[in-house]
Ligand binder design. Structure first.
Ligand SMILES: *[C@@H]1O[C@H](CO)[C@@H](O)[C@H](O)[C@H]1NC(C)=O
Ligand SMILES: *[C@@H]1O[C@H](CO)[C@@H](O)[C@H](O)[C@H]1NC(C)=O
Ligand SMILES: *[C@@H]1O[C@H](CO)[C@@H](O)[C@H](O)[C@H]1NC(C)=O
Ligand SMILES: [Zn+2]
Length: 171
């Protein structure tokens, strides 16, 4: 009986180990984790940042952020006139809330819903999902991606982020 338990434990721990190894969030690759600015939970990895442009962006620029060069930062405005500086990521730990919306999407052909921190519930941005067969714009036929609000996330290397913050808030 004890022997069986021992085997089970052995199996369980080795399983957890390989699982963690395969989980992209546990691999650093010299990049930075992006943290929820409110609670510090890791919500994304700078390896998965992409450059998905919104045709409605008020401004698109490249910045050196999160240990990477030329990260696309775009300024988007919602129907209420509120401005957001966002980065786009192929993967993020979003807890999506609310119904999926088709109207007023910043990315035509994509529906959206709200992305919140799975740990504390802070609004982090939006998730965008391709709404159908009609693969949209020039080639980047990504089915699902996330727009993260820069002012609600933080690179794990705080000092770098603190130096960059004033630039982001200028305007
Ligand atoms: C972030 O900090 C870690 C740990 O100090 C370091 O290994 C890594 O190189 C830093 N990344 C950048 C982009 O500075
Ligand atoms: C970032 O952009 C600059 C200026 O266009 C370019 O010289 C540099 O090679 C780019 N870096 C990367 C990693 O793409
Ligand atoms: C789309 O992808 C194809 C094949 O990868 C490439 O030949 C073509 O130039 C791309 N079109 C645009 C608009 O990027
Ligand atoms: Zn949080």
């Amino acid at each position: 009986m004890i022997y069986v338990l021992y085997l089970l434990l052995l199996y369980a721990s080795s399983y957890r180990y390989t699982n963690a190894e395969q989980n992209p969030y546990f691999q650093k690759n010299g990049q930075e984790l992006l943290l929820c600015r409110k609670c510090g939970a890791d919500v994304a990895d700078s390896n998965y940042l992409i450059s998905k442009h919104s045709p409605g962006a008020q401004k698109i620029e490249k910045q050196n952020l999160f240990g990477k060069q030329n990260i696309t930062v775009q300024t988007l405005i919602n129907p209420f006139g509120v401005k957001f500086d966002i980065v786009t990521a192929e993967k993020a730990r979003c807890k999506n809330i609310g119904p999926r919306q088709g109207a007023d999407s910043w990315f035509p052909g994509y529906t959206w819903n709200i992305c919140t921190c799975p740990h504390c519930g802070q609004h982090l941005g939006w998730s965008f999902e391709s709404s159908g067969a009609k693969a949209v714009d020039n080639n980047e036929s990504i089915h699902l991606f996330h727009g993260l609000i820069l002012s609600n996330i933080l690179g794990e290397n705080f000092t770098d982020s603190l130096i960059m913050m004033p630039k982001m808030y200028k305007m």
